[in-house]
Design a protein around this ligand. Structure first.
Ligand code: URA
Length: 181
């Protein structure tokens, strides 16, 4: 199974209730050979309209931080835990997260085999590491079934100037870590 076959399944997925209100599913995008995968929470309004990850307000914050770290979007693979927008941007529910991670995200990870998975925010940290306290692991490399590097979600960084500085410096550190592997 390759990435575009997985993306096609995501685009027509009806395995959880989120499909009912989506305009477009957002499989994610980037390089099939990416050494870094960035995994956010769920598409927002703009992503739902355009079918692309991180193209709204949090996408601008992410793009700035990537540019500042010398990381190029096209060399990464950017996606989210849940591929369809939860109504009114509510948090994705446990069953939605579990279904989407098992059926789609884990397969994307298996195909890409990234050297580092950068976790963006608490929902992603909970889904991938079972960790409910993001601040206790943020900025640390964590070896599990893969190598994980958790940081803030760009939307959270956008709401808090101190977090934004930390988020930007985390991505600079991520760049150094990937260069050293
Ligand atoms: N937030 C996410 O977690 N993912 C997106 O694609 C957009 C916003």
């Amino acid at each position: 199974m390759n990435l575009s076959a997985i993306a096609n399944e995501i685009l027509s997925c009806t395995r959880c209730p989120l499909y009912q209100e989506r305009q477009r599913a957002v499989p994610g995008e980037g390089s099939p050979h990416a050494r870094i995968m960035l995994i956010g929470e769920a598409p927002g309004a703009q992503e739902d309209i355009q079918g692309r990850p991180f193209v709204g307000r949090s996408g601008k914050i992410l793009d700035n931080a990537l540019r500042n770290a010398g990381l190029k979007r096209e060399e990464l693979f950017i996606t989210s835990v849940v591929k369809c927008r939860p109504p009114n941007n509510r948090l994705p529910r446990k069953v939605e997260v579990e279904t989407c991670v098992e059926d789609h995200l884990q397969r994307q990870i298996r195909v890409i085999q990234p050297a580092i998975i950068c976790i963006l925010g608490g929902v992603s940290a909970k889904a991938l590491l079972g960790e409910t306290n993001l601040s206790s692991i943020r900025g640390h490399l964590i070896q599990r079934d893969h190598l994980y590097f958790p940081t803030y979600h760009p939307a959270a960084a956008g709401r808090n100037p101190a977090w934004r500085m930390i988020f930007e410096s985390d991505l600079v550190n991520l760049r150094s870590l990937i260069d050293a592997i």
